[in-house]
Design a binder for this molecule. Structure first.
Ligand code: CP
Length: 303
């Protein structure tokens, strides 16, 4: 594996391998033993054009635990502010003999447009509304831990599907492993061609919750929404927010995931975030395990 740009066209064998390796890496993380320094001498740059806590920190932790040299570049304080293009920024890092660049960028598909122009390995840490593949992988790992084999399992994704790279990576990954997906959320936030994605839509989240095995609640992404798609937070919360009342009526008692950061009281009440159905802290830990597995696969750490 040279790059990780998305899950959409990923081979199922590769996806299964990443998750299998991440499960093993998680055991080592939990033991808190020193890790084999399999990436000693490797240079990893974290190039973030958007804010991040979980993704940036877990990539940095993963690379450092494996012995790599890690540098973080925040676009806000780099020569990007002087107008340097994304490709020139990547070329600059390539000239410094960087082995891998982990990129978060607001433009959908930007890494696909430059992958052939650079020999450096690229990892997508979230590009616009396109994909967030390591989030998709860590969500699959989290769901598998709770539900086992995901074939035929009913997964409900709630919220702003239209603007969500997490939703897309989750959907492509869940389809690869044979899960059944329903989405729910305000109509303006549902892609118009959703039926052609092979998934179903349910307007009423309480109906959708019946009989589902897991719920992935998405963050409301104000930064990607234009005024035409606006729905008030109060309306969203009353129609699609997940709370104790709705969960009490859900017959199958689904587990709850959220990629974070959570707008508490909006997508999920605090009682749900911190309650027994929540798998959110598992997701965070699994993020480190998945990113260790991905970096080792890309940088030759499994030889
Ligand atoms: N889930 C996620 O991408 O979170 P961050 O924006 O904090 O990295």
């Amino acid at each position: 594996m040279h790059n990780l740009l998305g899950i959409r066209n990923m081979d199922k064998g590769v996806l299964d391998e990443i998750i299998k390796l991440a499960k093993l890496e998680k055991q080592i993380i939990l033991q808190k033993k020193p890790m084999v320094q399999s990436l000693t001498g490797k240079r990893v740059v974290l190039l973030f054009y958007e804010n991040s806590t979980r993704t940036r920190l877990s990539f940095e932790l993963a690379a450092k635990l494996l012995g790599a040299t890690v540098v973080h570049v925040a676009a806000q304080s780099s020569s990007v502010q002087k107008g340097e293009s994304f490709l020139d920024t990547v070329k600059t890092m390539e000239a410094m003999k960087t082995d891998c660049i982990v990129v978060r960028h607001p433009v959908s598909g930007i890494m696909h447009t430059i992958e052939k122009a650079t020999g450096v390995s690229l990892v997508n840490a979230g590009d616009g509304t396109n994909e967030h593949p390591t989030q998709g992988l860590l969500d699959l790992l989290t769901l598998q831990e709770y539900l086992g084999d995901l074939r035929g399992k009913k997964i409900l994704i709630v919220g702003d599907i239209q603007h969500s790279r997490v939703a897309r990576s989750d959907i492509w990954g869940l389809q690869l492993v044979g899960a059944k997906i329903t989405v729910s959320g305000p109509r303006p936030w549902i892609p118009k061609d959703i039926a052609s994605w092979g998934i179903s839509y349910e307007d009423h989240v309480d109906h959708a919750l019946h009989n589902c095995d897991a719920v992935i609640a998405l963050r409301i992404q104000k930064e990607r929404q234009d005024d035409n798609s606006a729905i008030s937070w109060d309306d969203y919360n009353s129609l699609y927010g997940i709370n104790d009342r709705i969960m009490a009526s859900a017959t199958s008692k689904p587990c709850i995931l959220h990629p974070g950061p959570v707008n508490r009281g909006m997508e999920l009440t605090s009682s749900i975030v911190d309650g027994s159905f929540s798998r959110i802290t598992d997701q965070v830990l699994n993020g480190v395990a998945v990113r260790i597995a991905v970096l080792k696969m890309i940088l030759g750490g499994y030889q």
